[in-house]
Design a protein around this ligand. Structure first.
Ligand code: UDX
Length: 447
């Protein structure tokens, strides 16, 4: 199959490289000439484990190329994916579809022979219909079908998720697209990954319904964690106890500082808007969005508490900045709101992250970025772990404590055992693990 991937961002690049690895001829296109130059020169613009090797292997085999020329690529293609950005529109939270529609128009003018146009970007229900209309209007003679094929890739595990998916969802309105999409995913199909063919609108909704459900699941355990703190229970045991019930499932029940990233915050918001507009508001997700938003900043109160009620004039070390480990992605990372709240409270922030500091530098001011966790902890009244990078899981706690001026360790990912932290001399606060009542009183006093 000859495949064009429109948009070489995170989703486009991973999908394009994986499809090339299946043996298809793939052209990844992007408007950003610098990005394409970088890729043509063997560079990779994002950090994703395994991606650089995968790209190199397929470029070498002649199956994967990069270009800025969408018009020139489309005419040869059997399948054209649209994997451009759909950021939340400023002001109303709706997904901004201008890039999707612009791509559809450009693709339409250059079609030749029967082509399946596939939206891979996360798009609101009905976007496929609009793409269909735009293509038909732009090029009335075109032979094409528009399909929806949402991605379910987790950053940091995207290649594995693409190659071993729980399912592939394909929404079609034109039966001619079915054999083409089966061919695209044939290696997975043969590996028994279920392909669910459905209507296009249903497919578009499945993506939002899945992400919103996961965001809600995280938010549920986060609120349960707050309750655990107040009643002296352990949220990790609660998560295990409920997760062993197959109807609930054990995944996505890690309590923490709130979800972030490029998907959950944007997709939950977009679903809320879609549901509102359709006259069927989903109040569970409206509430999920609101709880998660306030939770991030509220995490700073735990830091204030271990600093005896105030961080004013104190140094706080923040370890782990990205929204989760194994990525350099800072989008909607809880660390942003937490650091802002600490600075608002008068703290000096020193920070360390294995991959995210370049992106963090561009969006934060007044933060001192450090080369490693121990440098960041120098003179700190408290250390806050925001992201559970492996590199932060085995810190030498006595050494860390020795470098600091104070004794606070706020572990927002529950990656340390309370007894180990306390043995190293820390006042240790984590999430949902039955905090001592006096900490709770301090939190209230600090508010
Ligand atoms: C997510 C979806 O998992 C993926 O299917 C979708 O297509 C894109 O969005 P991603 O944003 O890469 O993927 O990250 P994910 O691993 O899902 O984590 C999202 C956020 O939730 C992170 O901030 C993470 O720290 C948080 N999280 C996740 C928790 O706080 N607790 C959990 O138990 C799981």
């Amino acid at each position: 199959m000859r495949i064009v991937m429109t948009g070489s961002g995170y989703v486009g690049l991973v999908s394009g490289a994986c499809l090339a690895d299946f043996g298809h001829d793939v052209i990844c296109v992007d408007k950003d000439a610098r990005k394409i130059e970088l890729l043509q020169g063997g560079g990779v613009p994002i950090y994703e484990p395994g991606l650089a090797d995968l790209i190199a292997r397929n470029v070498k085999a002649g199956r994967l190329t990069f270009t800025t020329d969408l018009a020139g690529s489309v005419s040869q293609a059997d399948v054209v994916f649209i994997a451009v950005g759909t950021p939340a529109r400023r002001g109303d939270g709706h997904a901004d579809l201008s890039y999707v529609y612009a791509a559809a128009q450009e693709i339409a003018s250059n079609l030749s022979g029967f082509t399946v146009i596939v939206t891979k970007s996360t798009v609101p229900v009905g976007t496929g219909d609009e793409v269909d209309r735009i293509v038909r209007e732009t090029n009335p003679d075109a032979q094409f079908a528009v399909a929806s094929n949402p991605e379910f890739l987790r950053e940091g595990a995207a290649i594995q998720d693409f190659k071993r998916p729980d399912r592939i969802v394909v929404g079609i309105e034109d039966e001619r697209a079915r054999p083409v999409m089966e061919e695209v995913y044939r290696p997975l199909y043969l590996n028994q990954a279920p392909i669910q063919f459905t209507g296009r609108r249903t497919s578009e909704l499945i993506k939002y319904a899945a992400n919103a459900f996961l965001a809600m699941k995280i938010t549920y355990i986060n609120e349960m964690a707050d309750l655990c703190e107040n009643v002296g229970a352990d949220v990790q045991q609660v998560a295990r106890g409920i997760g062993l019930d197959n109807r609930i499932g054990s995944k996505f029940l890690h309590a923490g500082p709130g979800y972030g990233g490029s998907c959950f915050p944007k997709d939950t918001l977009a679903l809320v808007k879609t549901a509102e507009d359709a006259g069927a508001p989903i109040r569970l997700i409206e509430t999920t969005v609101a709880i998660n938003e306030s939770r991030k900043r509220a995490m700073a109160r735990k830091v204030v508490a271990v600093c005896n009620g105030s961080v004013r004039g104190k140094t706080i070390a923040v370890l782990g900045l990205t929204f989760k480990p194994n990525t350099d992605d800072m989008r909607d990372a809880p660390s942003i709101a937490i650091i802002q709240a600490l600075q608002d409270g008068g703290a000096q922030v020193r920070a360390y992250d294995p991959e995210g500091m370049d992106a963090a530098r561009a969006m934060m001011s007044g933060v001192e970025f450090c080369d490693n966790p121990y440098v960041a902890a120098q003179g700190a009244a408290a250390v806050v772990i925001v992201t559970e990078w492996d590199a932060l899981r085995a810190l030498d706690l006595p050494r860390l404590k020795g470098i600091m001026s104070g004794d606070g360790l706020v572990d927002l990912r529950n990656i340390y055992r309370p007894a180990d932290a306390e043995a190293a001399g820390f006042v240790y606060v984590s999430v949902g693990r039955g905090a001592a009542p006096e900490i709770e009183e301090l939190v209230q006093a600090a508010e």
